[in-house]
Design a protein around this ligand. Structure first.
Ligand SMILES: [Cu+2]
Length: 109
């Protein structure tokens, strides 16, 4: 089961890499990286209800993950935050420090 999920995640990453669209297709993964500079990667992810998403800050700046109904979580350089999504839905989130540049979406099925 884990192997299948990894495969799906890899296929998703490849699809986004080839697309280059501004609003990326959802990627089936529970890992989001804050990459240099000021970006969530992948921007849109798709998970199943009950799964936990981990955001890891690999950028040179402190960021946050603010999700409606889930609060605002500060993530320093090198740190990460994990949030569990129990209910299906579409959850848009932002970094409140750089909300103009940094936003993403978690789709829970
Ligand atoms: Cu930020």
């Amino acid at each position: 089961m884990t192997r299948l999920l990894v495969l799906i995640a890899l296929l998703g990453v490849l699809a986004v890499g080839c697309g280059g669209a501004k609003h990326s297709e959802p990627v089936a993964t529970t890992e989001v990286t804050m990459v240099k500079s000021y970006r969530f990667d992948p921007e849109t992810i798709e998970i199943q209800a009950g799964q936990t998403v981990t955001w890891t800050n690999d950028d040179n700046f402190t960021h946050t993950v603010e999700i409606e109904g889930q609060g605002d979580h500060k993530v320093d350089r090198g740190d990460s935050v994990s949030i569990t999504f129990d209910k299906p839905g579409t959850y848009d989130y932002v970094c409140t420090l750089h909300s103009h540049d940094m936003s993403g979406t978690v789709i829970v099925t």
